[in-house]
Structure formats: structure tokens, C-alpha cells
Design a protein around this ligand. Sequence first.
Ligand SMILES: Cc1cc2nc3c(=O)[nH]c(=O)nc-3n(C[C@H](O)[C@H](O)[C@H](O)COP(=O)(O)O)c2cc1C
Length: 197
Amino acid sequence: MLVVSLGGSPSQRSRSGVLLERSQRWLQAQGVEVVSYQVRDFPAEDLLHARFDSPKVIDLLQQIENADGLLIATPVYKASFSGALKTVLDLLPERALAHKVVLPMATGGSIAHMLAVDYALKPVLSALKAQEMLHGIFAVDSQIAYGEGSAQAQLVPELEQRLNESLELFFSAMARRPKPIDPNLLNERLLSARWSI
Ligand SMILES: Cc1cc2nc3c(=O)[nH]c(=O)nc-3n(C[C@H](O)[C@H](O)[C@H](O)COP(=O)(O)O)c2cc1C
């Protein structure tokens, strides 16, 4: 299984990034390969000028094409998801998430905007034709404490439990995902089929 992880925070030190790192480790422990991208790694010029031929964007798209699922996390900015993340999503073709399972996540300063994933991010992921979208995770900043120095960040137990439950659902949704049939195989099956009228 292959999962693409896409971080939407412009900040290097990022709580939504902590959720992605935790998820990545959890998935890797189940034998899932995770390829990680951060919006801040994309050339800003490519994003601001909407360069669809940006090599970094093409690379992301190729990984998504091969992936079973997408993990996507964003900070809440002005009651929505980050603008930087939108500039990346805008460069994906309309069916980029077809056949993919998607787990959206967000962190925010307060619970006031806990529905931002539902009313802002999910409609965009639906427009990209995500096949199955899980409920998603919202965490407030106070639930994620950065570790000192090289120490790991700490999640409050309630968030840790919600995250693990969501990852279980994500993993099983990917496992039961219908695999697209190889067009060559389909052709062969049609040719060798016995037809009766
Ligand atoms: C420009 C900006 C706008 C923000 N707007 C909101 C907001 O509307 N609602 C909210 O709950 N938190 C808001 N926050 C707080 C962030 O969502 C919160 O700190 C988040 O965890 C940051 O995620 P990150 O560490 O991954 O960048 C804002 C922060 C910034 C820098």
C-alpha cells in the first residue's frame, strides 16, 4: 500500500505536521509506504503563478496516481484551511483523487472553527473526486505539546485515541478499496468470454 501525506502548514514547526508524523509512523508500522510532501517545499513561484507544469507538482501528482490513500493536514487559517494548501490543490487535475481514500486533519487555536475541515476542506477534496472521505480529525493547539529539543511531541490521550481509531479506519478502507482493472486484462477477459444470447 502507498499513502501520500500532504502537509498544509507554511510553518516548519507545525502541530498539523505532528499529526501527519504520528500517522506516518503508525502506517509504516503496518507496512504501508508513506511519501511525504509539505506545501512549503513547493517553489512559491510555481504556486503563485499556477504553473501546472511545475516538476514538483507533477511529481506529487504521479505519487497520488499510484497511491491508495491521501493523508492531508492543515492549520485553520481565518476559519478555513491554509491558502498555501489551496494553491497546491488548485494545480491538481479534476479527478486527481478518484479511487483514493482520504483522511483530512486540521489543527486550530480554538474549537470555534472545528468544522473548518467539513465546510472548507472536504468540498475541495470532493471536487477532486475523492472516492471515500473519512470523518477527519480536528485538534486544538492545547492538545499537542511540542517536545523539548529532539523529544517527540505529546498528544493528549483523547486525541491519541481518536487519531489511532481514524488510522484504523483509513487502513481498512484502503485494504477493501476496489482495485482498478488493468485495461489489458479487461480486454483479454472480453476476448475469452463465452457469450450467450
Ligand atoms: C494567520 C493565522 C490565522 C489563524 N486563524 C485561525 C482561525 O481562524 N481559527 C483558529 O482556530 N485558529 C487560527 N489560527 C491558529 C492556528 O490554526 C493553529 O495555531 C494551528 O494549530 C497552526 O497549525 P500549524 O502549527 O500546523 O501551522 C491561525 C493562525 C495563523 C498564523
